[in-house]
Write a protein that binds this ligand. Sequence first.
Ligand SMILES: Cc1cc2nc3c(=O)[nH]c(=O)nc-3n(C[C@H](O)[C@H](O)[C@H](O)COP(=O)(O)OP(=O)(O)OC[C@H]3O[C@@H](n4cnc5c(N)ncnc54)[C@H](O)[C@@H]3O)c2cc1C
Length: 596
Amino acid sequence: MSYQAPIKDMLFVMNELANLDAISALPGCEDATRDTAEAVLEENAKFVSGVIAPLNHAGDKEPSYWHDGQVTTSKGFKEAFRQFGEAGWQGLQHPQEFGGQGLPKLVGTPCVEMLHGANLSFALVALLSDGAIEALLTAGSDAQKATYLAPLVTGKWTGTMNLTEPQAGSDLAAVRTRAEPQGDGTYKVFGTKIFITYGEHDMTENIVHLVLARTPDAPPGVKGISLFIVPKFLVNEDGSLGARNDVQCVSIEHKLGIKASPTAVLQFGDHGGAIGTLVGEENRGLEYMFIMMNAARFGVGMQGIGLAENAYQQAVAFARDRVQSRDVAGSSGPVTIIHHPDVRRMLMSMRAQTEAARALAYVGASYHDIARHHEDEETRAAHHAIYEYLVPVIKGWSTELSENVARDGVQVHGGMGFIEETGAAQHYRDAKILTIYEGTTAIQANDLVGRKTLRDGGKVAQHLIAQVRATGTQLGETEDTAFAAIRQRLEQGAADLEAVVAFVLANAKSDVKAVFAGSVPYLKLAGIVLGGWQMARAALVAQQKLAEGNGDAAFYTAKIATARFFAEHVLVQSGALRAAIVDGHASVLALAEDQF
Ligand SMILES: Cc1cc2nc3c(=O)[nH]c(=O)nc-3n(C[C@H](O)[C@H](O)[C@H](O)COP(=O)(O)OP(=O)(O)OC[C@H]3O[C@@H](n4cnc5c(N)ncnc54)[C@H](O)[C@@H]3O)c2cc1C
């Protein structure tokens, strides 16, 4: 079964929850009308289901391979990327002056989700180019922009992100790669980078590596890291390709999942030094890389949502088809497994979590658009702060749940789920990387606690909790039992999140380990409460549409039922998470190291 983009739900979320109309009223976003957005989504869906999705399973079976420094990507990838670039999909969200379409993030996000849903391995190359483009747009010089942006935006070249080294994974303070100034504005780069996604491939004629390295006088730690552009082929002044640069792919990894995407070990400078140019100022590299990482972290969150959607679709198709056992309430013979309550529970859980994560991410994208385009500086700053709070939640929570969704997808298939031919197992294997790269869930949670909660004294968190409560009040205005159930769980979730934020603020100085013992549960709690909030908002819109007799009644009743399921089965976990964080921190740290 091939992936079908859930366009109806995507449009519902964009229009009704993320308020596309308000986004298209922003200066510079006028083209993003409902009609345009719908046309873009439909065209993108055709492209990904026709060209990209069919390469997913084949790429898993026949991964990219390395030979003598060259990487040959899985069959069909090169041609598909050519079509992807030529059709303008890489440039969807990027500025028109560099060959992009200049559409807001809210319109680009569903397209990103579709691409990841169709084929995670393929979509990664686009995700990394997006990150490189963002970093150069923000911190690149005019000359760097003129040289690199148009080829990246049009998919003529691709970008990479070179952070990780054998001793420097989560801890980038340990980066050792050296960059020595040559006195002519260039640097020579020496070192080894590992795990570099699409660090080498045959899909484009050039690869633009963005590399973290240290200059000779740099201070130790993260304050001494600079960012460099090191292209695979040097670029002449007229934009044509020059000499091959001194960066070699010495191997690629054999992996649990995302097998078609090459993960490279790159050796810089073994033959005299790889020539690079500094991005922005020396020692500010991590700050610039954070721009790229924030874009990529949001993108990895979308990977989780796309993958979860695909796993869900596949499980539903299997459950409709597989006949096994009688109906527990009685039937003349065996029934399709979708009749069994436990299979329903799994399908509802997969569906509800995917829809909640999608809604939260698209609303996050709309905050990003307001932060970038609104005329009023204060409004921009306020939305930027909310978006920044949401990024680790979108990355961490959506990817953690995608693993659970993919696991349930295997379970729905029974034994066939364990057999590679169905594809359910591939989703499960592919999902595992999402909670690791671009910062593990723990690193997202550290970010949520440190930069996003403590730094502003919990201001953004409390602002969001107040909005959740306002939705709770709206739910109370209807007598429907489904809405009462959603309200009860949502209000309890808001109270639990508020208590945890208060705990974090109260204890960060006096007992920092207690706070960080609960950082990942805090991230999950924020995800389920804010995701549950979006589901509640969706239910309210659906109720309104039903009352107006407006639109697809089956879609809206399903929305309300799914929101209720989310409240009763997912939001209900908020109390347990709160208890684990507030009451359970001591036991996390109770054993001495030698007791393990
Ligand atoms: C397939 C793949 C593709 C990748 N692509 C890229 C890429 O394109 N570019 C790139 O630069 N890197 C890439 N990476 C590297 C990836 O980002 C790192 O693997 C990841 O950040 C984790 O670092 P690590 O592997 O060194 O694990 P470690 O940092 O050693 O972490 C091990 C464990 O310790 C925990 N831990 C570490 N520090 C802390 C802390 N402060 N608080 C709490 N827990 C902590 C982690 O959460 C984890 O559970 C890729 C990795 C893989 C496997």
